[in-house]
Design a protein around this ligand. Structure first.
Ligand SMILES: Cc1cc2nc3c(=O)[nH]c(=O)nc-3n(C[C@H](O)[C@H](O)[C@H](O)COP(=O)(O)OP(=O)(O)OC[C@H]3O[C@@H](n4cnc5c(N)ncnc54)[C@H](O)[C@@H]3O)c2cc1C
Length: 400
């Protein structure tokens, strides 16, 4: 057993830290002040290969693997938690799902431009009836008419939808078949009848731009069906399984950011002639952060390591999503306490870290839902493995 990062991992970590200092930190406040989508920054990240870490070279990827992707996600999210969303749209949930389930034509047409961030992606699953029950709440329909599908319905919380060029959309091709009636489509957003309206989320600093999406007689050619009719639920669960690698890594980045800020502040802030870091109750908060982040990071690396070996990490990703959600929200709460009143000022990123930690606690399968799956799996209930879906693509086998 070896817990060390390799020289390659450390080189990647170092490079991303430099990128965060020189490119993200100086520009992100200006994007936020102007409420502008950071397309330029995302494009730069795409050109540098941030999103292509787990994609084969023949589609423009760098084949760096999942551990490196986790490292990249952590460092970017520490610098700007909102930018972390780009890893779902430009890497895991959107293009990786096309890579896993698409035809060669679909992969060649969409994957290279998404991972280079030439085009912006989205993943449209959630509807107003409840994200924790995507199949039960889905009202959006896809009706086959000749060589096309006609899409009608609406989605909510769809990140980047108003900026997206292309994305994956889930709709019911058979409304009587429950989750087996859901199909997945690749949708180009320039189609008539597609409208995306950003939801106001000022607490998150305007980076996320999650949208309400309205679909009225949107036409999708039959060639853009992803997988087979009725496979949509399987595809969605498989996509979220991969998303559960990046989201915990992003949560660790947020927690690490809280820790670094808190250490700096506890060393500087003097109250009653003592640096607050000398007070035992502050030290308890710091010690808990140090240990829980270390443990959370190891869980993230374990699931990434398994994926790099070409193995399933469904169980481990669930563990790391649940644990990282809990420790990141706790770290952000502790940082809030350490900073006192200054936590809410724009001078420090504490309030933003807290908001993102709380929000990611819910995203990609809420912590509660993960708890249910973890307990059912531990109890040995077969149904708990319903997310355990084999995939046709394995990075390891592709590299061999
Ligand atoms: C900023 C942001 C970005 C997002 N981006 C996307 C995106 O790009 N694409 C997309 O498709 N969706 C996206 N989502 C939606 C996200 O996936 C959902 O918010 C999430 O699935 C939870 O759904 P919900 O908000 O409807 O909560 P609900 O499903 O209504 O759940 C509410 C609460 O009840 C709890 N709960 C639910 N069921 C149970 C149970 N059985 N036992 C115990 N507790 C339970 C949940 O844990 C949660 O705490 C985004 C959401 C946000 C906030």
């Amino acid at each position: 057993m070896n817990f060390d990062l390799t020289d390659d991992h450390l080189t990647v970590k170092n490079l991303i830290q430099k990128f965060a200092k020189s490119e993200i930190e100086p520009t992100i406040k200006e994007y936020e002040r102007k409420k502008e989508f950071p397309r330029g920054l995302i494009k730069q990240m795409g050109e540098y290969g941030f999103f292509g870490a787990c994609f084969p070279e023949k589609y423009g990827g760098s084949e760096l693997g999942f551990v490196n992707l986790a490292i990249i996600c952590e460092e970017v999210s520490k610098a700007c938690p909102g930018l972390g969303y780009a890893f779902n749209m430009q890497a895991m949930t959107c293009p990786f799902t096309i890579l896993n389930w698409g035809t060669e034509e679909q992969i060649e047409k969409y994957v290279p431009s998404l991972i280079s961030a030439e085009s912006i992606g989205m993943f449209a699953l959630t509807e107003a009836g409840g994200g924790s029950d995507p199949a039960g709440s889905m009202k959006t329909t896809a009706k086959r008419v000749g060589d096309e599908y006609l899409i009608n319905g609406s989605k909510t919380f769809i990140t980047f939808a108003n900026e997206a060029d292309v994305g994956i959309l889930f709709a019911k091709t058979d409304t009587a078949a429950g989750h087996r009636g859901i199909s997945a489509f690749i949708i180009e957003t320039n189609q008539p009848g597609f409208e995306a309206i950003p939801i106001e989320m000022s607490g998150l600093g305007y980076m996320v731009r999650s949208c309400d999406v309205f679909l009225e007689d949107v036409r999708i050619p039959k060639e853009n069906l992803l997988g087979k009719e009725g496979e949509g639920f399987k595809i969605a669960m498989n996509a979220l399984d991969y998303g559960r690698l990046t989201v915990p890594a992003r949560l660790i980045g947020i927690a690490q950011g809280c820790l670094e800020q808190s250490l700096m502040y506890a060393n500087e802030r003097v109250v009653k002639s003592h640096r607050i870091g000398e007070y035992q109750m502050i030290q308890h908060l710091l010690a808990d952060m140090v240990v829980s982040i270390e443990a959370g990071r190891l869980l993230v690396y374990k699931s990434a390591y398994l994926k790099d070996k070409g193995q399933s990490a469904t169980r481990e990703s669930s563990h790391s999503k649940y644990f990282a959600s809990e420790i990141a929200t706790k770290a952000a709460q502790s940082a809030f306490e350490i900073f006192g009143g200054y936590a809410v000022t724009d001078e420090y990123p504490i309030l933003k870290y807290l908001n993102y930690a709380n929000m990611l606690h819910t995203g990609e399968g809420s912590a509660n839902v993960q708890r249910i799956l973890i307990a059912e799996d531990a109890l040995g209930w077969k149904d708990a493995n319903r997310h355990h879906i084999s995939r046709k693509y394995s990075l390891k086998s592709d590299l061999q």
